[in-house]
Write a protein that binds this ligand. Structure first.
Ligand code: NAD
Ligand code: AHE
Ligand code: ZN
Length: 378
């Protein structure tokens, strides 16, 4: 197949809010500094559902969604040196070129190399490698497009991983697990004895919990409005669970309850819901003087956060985290090693396994609230 377009089963999102279309598409050859991957496993992250719903201001259609995927390099374009055909790889929606202002800063995992074209759904040369049977181009998504058996990504957007690690586990490191774990251990840098509250007990929130536990947090409080999430709390190290729609007394708010439970507020809080009202509660339940609230959740187009500036004047810090602050190409190998030696839980997030053609059911799994990750197999 090297050097030729390939036919690929894909789930095409033609329009926001419309069902995905399972069809055969054509995936072009990788150009210079591009890599064609045969995706073996892809999971569905809440962000895929968010963009499909039409809530993402960057969502452009028709496109091929999916950004939590792992597979095998099928072919590479000219000038690619970081991976070769046969390598087991994870696609990275946060690229790492190592050369741009962001990469060189040492201050962030964000990379400027391909982000502008990535946001427009095209490869760095401004064109797409996907087309449907009618020859119409289909857009890429988050630089990954893992809802296609074959995809093309920029070389800076892919990392090779130990081939002995199962690809179904590696794929979860492409977003949810890494995002939450990294937000706790890197962005927040939780320390032994710290108190932590996590709003939203999905894969991202529970991964924050496991990061906080790894750091020796003294209290890890999970907040979710869906009680089917409570059963996961012990597995990932949470010490308490609150459903604010049921577990509060009449004169309590989630903020007052958390402040009371922690003798003044949390050292760290995390929003893993994408709800801007929840983001405010997360900030306001931080301890005066030093509490840090980390926004991870992705809010719909037009939504804005607000609080009284006095909350910040009195020492609370509002910050955000993308991909857990993790630099994908430099740090993925370490996460895979942690997984292999048993110190990073990954498989525990796989609650459903399905063939790729059941992708619609996979989205339904996500919306029932009972599942964590559905892994789809090509
Ligand atoms: P998920 O759907 O699996 O989990 C979200 C959880 O939040 C669910 O359990 C849901 O019941 C709960 N929830 C919803 N509204 C709530 C509320 N008002 N109060 C408390 N809990 C509430 O999603 P996920 O895949 O874990 O992703 C979580 C969020 O993080 C999403 O917004 C996603 O888009 C975002 N995300 C961001 C990054 C990043 O790098 N910043 C990466 C991955 C995901
Ligand atoms: N496109 C949206 C924002 C989407 C967003 O915030 N994405 C997260 C990753 S979610 C993964 O599941 C992120 O890391 N963003 C940083 C980046 O560079 O995209 C919008 O509002 O325009
Ligand atoms: Zn994601």
């Amino acid at each position: 197949t090297q050097g030729k377009p390939v036919t690929s089963l894909a789930a095409v999102a033609y329009e926001a809010g419309k069902p995905l279309s399972l069809e055969e598409i054509t995936v072009d050859v990788p150009k210079a500094h591009e890599v064609r991957i045969q995706i073996k496993k892809t999971a569905i992250c809440h962000t895929d559902a968010y963009t499909l719903s039409g809530a993402d201001p960057e969502g452009s259609f028709p496109c091929i969604l999916g950004h939590e995927g792992a597979g095998i390099v099928e072919s590479v374009g000219e000038g690619v040196t970081n991976v070769k055909p046969g390598d087991h790889v994870v696609a990275l929606y946060t690229a790492e070129c190592g050369k741009c202002k962001f990469c060189r800063s040492g201050k962030t995992n964000l990379c400027g190399a391909v982000r502008a074209t990535q946001g427009k759904g095209v490869m760095p040369d401004g064109t797409s490698r996907f087309k449907n049977k009618n020859g119409e181009p289909l857009l890429h998504f988050m630089g990954c497009s893992t809802f296609s058996e074959y995809t093309v990504v920029a070389d800076v957007s892919v990392v090779a991983v130990d081939p002995t690690a199962p690809l179904e586990s590696a794929c979860l490191l492409g977003c949810g697990v890494t995002t939450g774990y990294g937000a706790a251990v890197k962005t927040a840098d939780v320390q032994k004895g710290d108190t932590v509250a996590i709003f939203g007990a999905g894969t991202v929130g529970l991964s924050v919990a496991q990061g906080a536990k790894a750091r020796g947090a003294s209290q890890i409080i999970l907040i979710d409005i869906n009680d089917s999430k409570k059963k996961y709390m012990n597995e990932f190290g949470a010490t308490a669970y609150i459903n604010p729609t049921k577990d509060l007394k009449e004169d309590e708010t989630i903020v007052s309850k958390l402040i009371e439970m922690t003798g003044g507020g949390l050292d760290f809080t995390f929003d893993c819901t994408g709800n801007v009202k929840v983001m405010r509660d997360a900030l306001e339940s931080c301890h005066k003087g030093w509490g840090v609230s980390v926004v991870i959740g992705v809010a719909a187009s037009g939504q804005e956060i607000s609080t009284r500036p006095f909350q910040l004047v009195t020492g609370r810090i509002w910050k955000g985290s993308a991909f857990g602050g993790i630099k994908g190409r430099s740090e993925m190998g370490g996460l895979v090693k942690d997984y292999q030696k048993g110190s990073l839980k990954v498989d525990e997030f796989i609650t459903n396994r399905r063939p790729f053609v059941e992708i619609d059911e996979g989205f339904r799994d996500l919306h029932t609230g009972d599942s964590l990750r559905t892994v789809l197999t090509f």
